[in-house]
Design a protein around this ligand. Structure first.
Ligand code: AVI
Length: 330
């Protein structure tokens, strides 16, 4: 029998808790302090995000849903192989509850497409819910769920032979900083061939008040979503953030098209994080920057495509021009 030693553990890949701890140690040592919105999505965070998507102020989900409903035939045609019986994968990054994708999946099945759906999400609970609902609503659809973050999903995509249509809906791309966005898109494009397709949802720049309200809803669900990050650090890293002394704050900057969200320390305080054996000082009204949500224009999209060697085949938009689903190929 083999027993593990300290030396062995140095050879093992870091666990997700170790990665979170590393991220927090680095992020809270920066000026300004930052934490990545990637860590919003534990199971509670994923549930809160489901609630956000149904809020009256949060227009992106509703708008993209309407857009996909109105254009599902043309979008289906643009994504599927020309030969009706050729099998293909519809791989979705950040699938969540798949509500919007079901419009497309239903249409593809009804028109005889040989599609296998590969939903990828960081939340196992969200994927379990999605798979159960697909079994009930679209029992003939082959589904191969994958619990993974974007980096692992990209590796999985590269390793998977066969024709692919990749979906990245919901303006998830807006959560990357501009240089990260370009790097991500280039990596996404790398394993694709000219037969494959990529559909990305982009939230467009519009009345700044409408955008700001979407991230500061009257019921406070977005505030709970942001604050849940601290709840997660308390639970997973043994931190002692006192939720009574933190606030959600968000603002939209129309100059660069970014919504920035923050957690604000409402008093001078010290937070201990047991997993790091470290304490962090916060001044009164100091912030932790937790999220960027960029909003786009068509020139930005054209530029992005050109810089990542992608061609925009088609744009689909809604009647208010709030949101675009763009179809790319390499
Ligand atoms: C997932 N992502 C596209 C959402 C957004 O709009 O940036 C996350 C979100 N954050 C606050 N509200 C919604």
């Amino acid at each position: 029998m083999r027993t593990s030693t300290a030396h062995d553990s140095a050879l093992l890949p870091p666990t997700s808790t170790q990665l979170l701890a590393q991220h927090v140690a680095q992020g809270l040592s920066r000026t300004p302090k930052t934490l990545s919105s990637m860590y919003f999505y534990d199971d509670a965070g994923s549930r809160l995000f489901q609630q956000i998507m149904a809020l009256p102020e949060y227009y992106p989900t509703r708008t993209e849903f309407a857009l996909l409903t109105a254009h599902c035939e043309a979008i289906g045609k643009a994504l599927r192989p020309q030969e009706a019986d050729e099998p293909f994968f519809l791989l979705e990054l950040g699938a969540g509850d798949g509500l919007k994708t079901k419009i497309l999946l239903r249409h593809l099945l009804e028109t005889g497409a040989q599609v296998t759906y590969v939903p990828v999400d960081i939340s196992a609970a969200a994927l379990d819910g999605l798979v159960a609902s697909l079994q009930a609503e679209l029992p003939d659809l082959p589904v191969e769920p994958v619990v993974a973050d974007y980096a692992d999903a990209l590796a999985l995509m590269a390793a998977r032979p066969g024709r692919k249509a990749v979906l990245f809906l919901g303006s998830n791309i807006g959560n990357f900083l501009p240089d990260e966005r370009l790097r991500f898109l280039r990596r996404l494009a790398r394993p694709l061939t000219s037969d494959d397709r990529l559909l990305i949802g982009f939230d467009l720049q519009k009345d700044p008040r409408i955008i700001r309200a979407a991230y500061d809803d009257a019921q406070g669900v977005t505030a709970s979503f942001n604050l849940n990050l601290l709840v997660r650090l308390n639970r997973e890293l043994g931190a002692d953030f006192d939720l009574g002394h933190w606030q959600h704050y968000t603002d939209y900057d129309p100059l660069d098209g970014a919504v920035r969200s923050f957690l604000v320390s409402t008093k001078a305080q010290t937070v201990n994080i047991a997993a790091l054996q470290q304490s962090f000082e916060f001044a009164a009204w100091e912030v932790i920057h937790t999220e960027n949500s960029y909003k786009f224009t068509r020139p930005i999209l054209d530029n992005l495509a050109a810089q990542s060697d992608l061609q925009i085949l088609e744009y689909f938009t809604d009647d208010k021009d709030y949101f675009v689903d763009a179809i790319f190929n390499v």
